[in-house]
Design a protein around this ligand. Structure first.
Ligand code: GDP
Length: 140
């Protein structure tokens, strides 16, 4: 059994539609535990840093503007195979391709406004958690 931590965000399209509870319930139903959570606003600087891997993509500025357009919820999730499990319950990046019952299939609006973010590897999870949380804010 591998207990891991992963990083999750509930994006502005979802906070705007009052879906924080619904999405968190889907996460918790999967067996993952929310061990840190806060509601914040992204800055352009933080969004550009966070999505730096996409800086050359045509949608980069639109994505950064979207992520700054309203509050987001940042969370640390813990559980067995947390990185993979969270990616599974999120569903594919494009909600049109997402499996039935996934967060993005149920709630996402579009490829960009796709309601949630989740780390895609254990290595990135460590980096992303450190972007937003210090050890005193994480309570297993
Ligand atoms: P993720 O790991 O499933 O979130 O997907 P990526 O890391 O590939 O992309 C990061 C985020 O950029 C996605 O969750 C979308 O919000 C957004 N995004 C990805 N591809 C596109 C695109 O082709 N157009 C637009 N407008 N946004 C995109």
């Amino acid at each position: 059994m591998t207990i891991e931590r992963t990083f999750s965000m509930i994006k502005p399209d979802a906070t705007d539609r009052n879906l924080v509870g619904s999405i968190t319930a889907m996460i918790e139903s999967s067996g993952l535990r929310v061990i840190a959570s806060k509601r914040i606003r992204m800055t352009q600087e933080k969004a550009a840093e966070f999505y730096g891997v996409h800086s050359e993509r045509p949608f980069f500025q639109s994505l950064c503007d979207f992520m700054c357009s309203g509050p987001i919820i940042v969370q640390v999730l813990e559980g067995e195979n947390a990185v993979k499990k969270n990616r599974e319950i999120m569903g594919a990046t494009n909600p049109e391709d997402a499996d039935d019952g996934t967060i993005r299939k149920v709630h996402a609006v579009s490829l960009e406004k796709n309601s949630v973010h989740g780390s895609d590897s254990l290595e990135n999870a460590v980096i992303e958690i450190a972007h937003f949380f210090n050890d005193q804010e994480i309570h297993p």
